[in-house]
Every structure is written in C-alpha cells, then in structure tokens.
Design a protein around this ligand. Structure first.
Ligand code: FE2
Length: 267
C-alpha cells in the first residue's frame, strides 16, 4: 500500500521573496484534443490525447515550507539571475559552448537546490501559443497531458523516480501544466471508485481510466517568466508544458536527476 504522503502534489518556491503574482491558475477540467485539427497550429494530437479546458482562473497560492519538500511530490518554483548566455549558445553555439553555459546555469540552480546524479537533457524550443507542447518523436503527434517514463519504473515505484528541473530561457513566459495528484493517488481513487485497470502497472492504462472517470479534474498552470524554472516529479505526476499567450518560440533548458530544495530560507 503506498504511503498517503505520496498521493498529493505540494507547491514550493525557492524563496519567500520570489514574486508570484498571477503565476498560478486552474482550469475547470480536461477535454479530448481533436486528433485531426491542429487547433493551435501545432503538430496534430494523438488519439486519445487529453488537454486542459481553455478557461483559466486565478488559483489560490498554497506554498509549503521548504523543509517539507519531497522529490516525489514537490513542485517548486525557482528563479536564477543569468540565463541569457545559455539561450545565446543554444541559438548558434557548438556543443562545448552550450555545455559550458548549461554548467553555469546549473551552478546558479545549486544555490537553491540539492543536486545529485543530474544530467543535462538539452535546450528545446517550442513554437508560440501551443496548448501543449510534447510530441512523440516516433509518431510526430502531440500526446497531451502525460507521465514521463525515462526511468522505466512500474507505477508502484514511481515515487522513487528521478525528477527534473527546467528553466525558461525566454523570451516569453512558458507554462507548466500538472494535475494535483500523483500516480499512486490516481490509482487509489480509481480503486475506491471500483474502476478496474487493464494494466495496473502501465501508466497509460491509469491515465486513460482516470481521465475518463474524472473529466472535471482540475489542471494547474504554473507560469514561468524568463529566468524562472520549476522542479517537478514528471515521472510521478501528469503534466505537460504550454506556450499559450506567447508570440515567439519559447526556449527552455532541462536537467534530470535527484533534485531537492535546500532547506534554507533566503531573502
Ligand atoms: Fe513530459
């Protein structure tokens, strides 16, 4: 039986002085993306693919004390001062230049975060105004809200997976979308509702059953301005990113590993 502590997502920030005005919104639920129409000019969606309903309202901010951060359930907002060199390198630099700039950014992240077994995943860019951004490279289709499986862990062990840190390199805001419940929490709710799973240890099976049973499940949207980033357990929570509202492609840098918030409050 999973620990109850692994059921719910908690929100953190690296400093109490981090400005968070209008950074958190909530949608009224989920909807099936049209597999044929691209809707927002991006790649077509797979079928089925679930995305948030497009109406958002400001959400109450509930920031948890940093000392309670768990990589399995914690989503944290952080900010670094100098990200421009990495963006410039990604736009035209060679691998050595990009890696060196990425190392400098990670050094800034380490001011706030404990980092272990961290690997640079690279810089990606996504076109403007996309409802969700993640594309299955095998099919060239967008997959909508999903759970990562880089660690290939069964659902019962996803709380032990690596997490990630992702920094928005600008030039415009980028949104991180997520559900407020972990994979274990989803399984628990489905079990209590008497919904059988075709493949209990397969994340897609849980996801499809949960989305069909709970179409009104709210999606949270954390907005990251340039220089801001998030830590998130993307192997243990349903998520995607969005560039809705931006007028230019948005760049971000990602690292995977074992990332925690340092239990130090800085002004
Ligand atoms: Fe993902």
């Amino acid at each position: 039986m999973p620990e109850p502590d692994n059921y719910g997502i908690k929100l953190f920030r690296s400093s109490p002085s981090l400005g968070v005005d209008k950074c958190l919104h909530i949608s009224s639920g989920l909807r099936l993306a049209s597999p044929i129409a691209t809707e927002d000019g991006g790649a077509p969606f797979a079928s089925p693919a679930f995305i948030p309903t497009p109406e958002w309202r400001a959400a109450p901010l509930q920031w948890w004390p940093m000392r309670e951060f768990s990589p399995a359930t914690g989503i944290a907002l952080i900010r670094i001062p100098n990200w421009g060199a990495l963006r410039t390198a990604a736009l035209g630099g060679d691998k050595t230049t990009i890696d060196r700039a990425a190392e400098a950014v990670l050094g800034q992240v380490s001011e706030w975060c404990g980092l272990r077994d961290v690997v640079f995943s690279g810089v990606t860019s996504h076109r403007q105004d996309l409802a969700t951004v993640t594309v299955d490279t095998k099919t060239s289709q967008r997959i909508g809200l999903h759970i990562d499986s880089w660690d290939r862990l069964p659902n019962s062990r996803r709380h032990l997976a690596t997490n990630r840190v992702c920094i928005n390199l600008g030039p415009e805001p980028r949104h991180f979308l997520f559900l407020g419940v972990t994979v274990q929490g989803m399984r628990s709710r489905l079990a209590l509702a008497g919904i059988p799973l075709a493949a209990p240890d397969d994340s897609k099976s849980v996801l499809d059953a949960f989305f069909h049973r709970y179409p009104d499940e709210p999606v949270w949207r954390l907005t990251l301005r340039k220089g801001e980033g998030y830590i998130a357990p993307t192997e243990n929570v349903v998520h995607d990113a969005s560039t809705v509202g931006s007028s230019d492609p948005v760049y971000c840098a990602t690292w995977r590993g074992r990332i925690g918030l340092l239990p130090i409050r800085r002004g």
